[in-house]
Design a protein. Structure first.
Length: 170
């Protein structure tokens, strides 16, 4: 696959940003931190421990979808981090980028909670993890997502993903 468009997805604390940045660098692709596209009202809600609704996420998902559609139109590589918790969110992201690939990072609630409680400088509190886990609809087989348990080292996830996305087309 030449110049892939990739969404690194999963709940908060799964390592999306770490994997996404490293993967973009490894592939020579642009990188977009999805959290930076949230409108201020969403950030304020999450920082206050209030879970986002589907309506809250609409503008954010539209902004990410626009970035993906632009990269697709220009045949430019792009790695975006986005929780993409629900199938309909991922379908929205795919609408303008039909060759979108997913990297799904998953792990047990205990490890996710530990990660969230130990990180600093992020607005997303660990108290919102249960709402994300409840909303999560893992990718189905027809979505062809690469799946990685977050117990695996980040470098290993990046290398396996890069290898999968740089293999020549059949």
């Amino acid at each position: 696959m030449n110049a892939p468009r990739i969404v690194v997805m999963g709940v908060s604390g799964c390592g999306k940003s770490t994997i996404g940045r490293a993967l973009a660098e490894r592939l020579g692709a642009d990188y977009v931190e999805g959290d930076e596209l949230h409108p201020p009202a969403n950030v304020q809600r999450m920082a206050a421990g209030i879970a986002l609704t589907d309506e809250d996420r609409e503008g954010w998902l539209a902004a990410i979808a626009a970035r993906l559609a632009d990269a697709h139109a220009q045949q430019r590589g792009l790695v975006v981090t986005c929780s993409a918790l629900k199938r309909r969110y991922r379908d929205q992201l795919r609408a303008g980028c039909p060759d979108l690939r997913l990297v799904y990072l998953h792990g047990d609630a205990q490890l996710l909670t530990q990660r969230l409680e130990s990180r600093t400088g992020h607005y997303m509190p660990a108290s919102l993890l249960p709402s994300q886990l409840q909303a999560l609809e893992p990718p189905q087989s027809d979505e062809h997502a690469l799946r990685f348990d977050i117990h695996s080292p980040a470098a290993e996830i990046v290398e396996q993903t890069a290898a999968a996305f740089t293999m020549p087309a059949p």
